[in-house]
Design a binder for this molecule. Structure first.
Ligand code: 57M
Length: 361
């Protein structure tokens, strides 16, 4: 909004020229979201505590989780609000990609909200029926992927680029719609599965959005994308501003979610964080690279698939002590902060590997 309001004034006051730069607006989107998040989250904690919006544990979690009962949840509302305000302030509001992302954030946030509502207010620990949740995500994902296809001017919206192979671009045609929905729904659920220890989901999410600040910027930049021999998507650079807002909002949330957490994000946080990350990967044509950047989420999801598959095949035997895999390490006796920080380190290294794909081709 500031771009739309103030940049035209640069004709009279050259200082407003600075609003033209995505780098400047992204930096301030990070700071703005961080400040808002740090300011509103303590208020949110007070309100959630007053309303007693905490979740009952299901009873089968590692023993240590008993002490977490009573911790307020739905802190994701603070992440969404801070990121939204900051994005609306700093992004070019004529950019349709921004509105597609805001739509995904709102749509999946609503699904997460209903899930949390049932868990906390209705005191039903099972939450929304998994099928209802899934189809809700599919509807949001479909609308987003179709909208991105219509906005695209690059001609690459149904195409898939492969990291490390500059000439390998596969045209998926209409199958891209299914693939795109899979990315959005899959990432949304993967972040949700990861959200089982303090700070375990938010920091890898912050690292992933931080990495996508760079991917979005270079993909949207005609010259840099040509130099790096990656797909150029007109308007994708603006997505950096949104990614910056998510980094700031996420760090603000982490302040309170750090071990021992005073607040959990709830599904109202985890579902939109993952879904918007998937949407950003689709817009910036870095869908496969997302699997590297978000490797921790992939690992957590695969651990569940292997555990469930093995359990069914062997009629009751387990591959891990418990899935998702962070519970396995808990039951092995690792302390919670040790698991969390080690997963952060892995995320950071994966982000560096993902960034290296820009040059290694
Ligand atoms: C969310 N939610 C946390 C909090 C958070 C198919 C199956 C693997 C699904 C999976 C599942 O339900 N995952 C989704 C997990 C819960 O956190 C709330 O949920 C929100 C995210 N949706 O924001 O509001 C608990 O996680 C802990 N927590 C923290 N710090 C945080 O910052 O400590 C969360 C955030 C919180 C708190 O204790 O109450 C959750 O774990 O319920 N199911 C599982 O993950 C279950 N695994 C399982 O059943 N494994 C079996 C299967 C695969 C065969 C096995 O291995 O044998 C685990 N669920 C629970 N405990 N509750 C097992 C351990």
């Amino acid at each position: 909004m500031l771009y739309n309001l103030l940049y035209p004034l640069s004709e009279y006051f050259s200082i407003f020229n600075v609003f033209k730069y995505i780098t400047f607006r992204t930096a301030y989107a990070i700071i703005t979201a961080l400040v808002i998040s740090l300011f509103i989250t303590p208020i949110l904690i007070k309100i959630l505590k007053h309303l007693q919006l905490s979740q009952k544990t299901k009873g089968y979690e590692p023993e240590r989780h008993k002490v977490k009962e009573g911790t307020p949840t739905m802190g994701g509302l603070g992440i969404l609000l801070s990121a939204l305000i900051s994005t609306l302030l700093w992004a070019d509001l004529r950019n349709i990609y921004i509105w597609v992302i805001v739509f995904v954030m709102f749509g999946t946030g609503l699904i997460g909200f209903f899930d949390d509502y049932i868990k906390t207010i209705k005191k039903n620990p099972e939450g929304l029926h998994p099928r209802g949740k899934f189809w809700g995500q599919v509807v949001v994902g479909t609308i987003a992927v179709v909208a991105i296809h219509f906005v695209d001017k690059s001609g690459y919206s149904s195409k898939l680029a492969f990291p490390f192979f500059k000439n390998l671009i596969l045209d998926l045609g209409y199958f891209y719609i299914l693939f795109g929905i899979f990315i959005i729904v899959g990432t949304s659920n993967a972040v949700n599965l990861t959200d089982g220890l303090d700070g375990l989901a938010i920091m890898p999410t912050v690292i992933a959005f931080g990495t996508f600040i760079i991917f979005a910027y270079v993909t949207g930049h005609a010259k840099i994308s040509a130099y790096l021999q990656i797909i150029n998507v007109q308007g994708a650079g603006e997505v950096s501003v949104f990614c910056g807002a998510m980094v700031g909002a996420g760090l603000g949330f982490l302040w309170f979610n750090a071990y021992p957490a005073s607040l959990f994000m709830g599904d109202v946080g985890s579902l939109p964080l993952g879904a918007t990350l998937g949407t950003v990967a689709i817009i910036t044509k870095h869908e496969i690279v997302l699997a590297i950047v978000g490797g921790v989420f992939v690992l957590e999801t695969i651990s569940v698939m292997l555990q469930v598959g093995f359990f069914k095949m062997t009629k009751g035997k387990r591959l891990f002590r418990m899935a998702p895999i962070h519970h396995h390490f808990e039951l092995k006796g690792w302390s919670e902060p040790k698991i969390i920080v080690r997963f952060w380190i892995i995320s950071f290294i994966l982000a560096l590997i993902a960034l290296s794909t820009l040059k290694l081709r």
